[in-house]
Write a protein that binds this ligand. Structure first.
Ligand code: PGA
Ligand code: ZN
Length: 423
């Protein structure tokens, strides 16, 4: 049996794409190989997410420093794990949980455990002499079959763009393109035509949000969706058949007192569902993420029932990649797609359990980056290895995003795998 003996765990504080600290970790195995990985960080976070450990030192990075999380890896985790032999990733991750001892991983810090868990996976792949995507596929016990389809940020609002526009992300979903390479070319054409349109309509150029989406002062949600369709058409594509759209409403962030404050228009949950339904009939949407709030469990099943068969009901803040929340959503019919973010749950194995539950329920999976991300590209390998239908990384103008797209191109070349069939 192939076992993995820990030789050394190391870590350092690095910066993410927002200029905030995050954690980089390295795992050296006794066999002489090493693997390293870094942890991303959200801004539009769900309340049920695993806990990042931040230093809280007001005079340094506004309290967001990660030196304690780093020290926990160099100290506690290194000391307790050095020399230990693990047969599987699941055993290793269970040990991280045991050492932390809290349900949200807040003592060691989920920002520490994510980096260590992924660094162990990278070292494991290196020891086995297989590419990381193959290692992820083997961990999940599934053959490599397809590459994920791209969902790429075009317009941004909400918490990623100073709350200037109501919808957090309007994403472009290439449909006509048969490869990742061609899909990126189509996305770039739409992005260019959107930038022109924004200049003509709003006299705004190069105002980019955290994930690289264009972020003018859209008057309302319909303008965001309508302008996206106009950009697709102006680039010479048929909207809906060549290139479609997806939206992340991120509505937990404007849900107050049982009402959705969409553009200061207080909507009841029923009215919000009607509004989303109208968008899906008027615009070529393939997926609606967080159409309702993370607290509005009662109304999610009605939303899913309304969209079923036409458009995916994708849960991000609602589910937080947490197995218990996914079980609840499956039981109540609250969603039919999972947005998977490893750092929402804290270890690779927990995220794997979340993916397996979603699969067993017949759901689709979108593997997602965070709005604060790094140049690390493990997410591309994860999306391929776990056979995700979609990947959500952000726009095509910033290197922390491009690292993932460029890694997908390399995997596409190496494997020759086809894109996932459209749902
Ligand atoms: P976050 O946003 O990374 O800021 O949480 C991404 C999303 O809501 O999908
Ligand atoms: Zn989201």
């Amino acid at each position: 049996m192939n076992t993995f003996t820990i030789h050394r765990l190391h870590a350092r504080e690095i910066l993410d794409s927002r200029g905030r600290p995050t954690v980089w970790a390295e795992c050296a195995l006794a066999s002489g190989v090493t693997g390293a990985a870094s942890t991303p960080s959200g801004a539009s976070t769900g309340r049920a997410e695993a806990s990042e450990l931040r230093d809280g030192e007001a005079g340094r990075y506004g309290g967001l420093g990660c030196r304690r999380a780093v020290e926990n890896i160099r100290g506690t985790l290194h000391e307790q794990l050095q020399g230990r032999v693990f047969a599987t990733q699941a055993e290793f991750d269970a040990e991280l949980r045991r050492i932390d001892g809290t349900p949200t991983l807040g003592r060691i810090g989920a920002n520490a455990t994510v980096a260590v868990s992924l660094a162990f996976a990278r070292a494991g792949a290196a020891q086995r002499g297989v590419p990381l995507y193959q290692h992820f596929a083997d961990l999940a016990g599934r053959p490599l079959r397809t590459l994920p389809r791209l969902t790429v940020n075009l317009f941004s609002g909400g918490k990623h763009a100073g709350e200037q526009a109501p919808l957090q992300d309007i994403l472009v979903v290439p449909k006509r393109a048969a490869t990742t390479g061609d899909a990126l070319a189509d996305v770039a054409a739409v992005y260019r035509s959107a930038a022109d349109l924004i200049w003509k309509k709003y006299q705004q150029r190069l105002l980019r949000a955290d994930e690289g989406g264009l972020a003018p002062l859209f008057p309302d949600a319909e303008a965001m969706l309508g302008d996206a369709v106009a950009a697709i058409t102006a680039a010479g594509f048929a909207a809906g058949t060549d290139v479609a759209l997806a939206v992340d409403v991120a509505s937990s962030h404007f849900y107050r007192g049982g009402r959705y404050q969409l553009c200061r228009e207080p909507l009841t949950p029923e009215a919000m569902i009607d509004r989303i339904d109208a968008w899906t009939r008027r615009y070529p949407l393939v997926s609606v993420e967080d159409g309702l709030s993370e607290d509005d469990w009662t109304h999610w099943p009605a939303l899913r029932a309304r969209l079923a068969g036409r458009c995916l009901t994708l849960g991000d803040d609602l589910l937080c990649t947490q197995p218990q929340r996914i079980n609840r959503a499956v039981a109540s019919g609250a969603a039919d797609a999972l947005l998977l973010k490893v750092n929402q749950v804290g270890t690779l194995s927990d995220a794997g359990e979340a993916a397996a539950l979603a699969r067993a329920a017949g759901w689709k999976i979108t593997v997602s980056a965070r709005s604060g991300d790094t140049e690390d590209d493990w997410l591309a390998d994860l999306a391929v290895g776990w056979g995700a239908e979609f990947i959500k990384v952000g726009s095509i103008t910033q290197s922390e995003r491009l690292a993932k797209y460029n890694r997908l191109l390399a995997i596409e070349e190496a494997t020759g795998l086809p894109l996932c069939p459209l749902p």
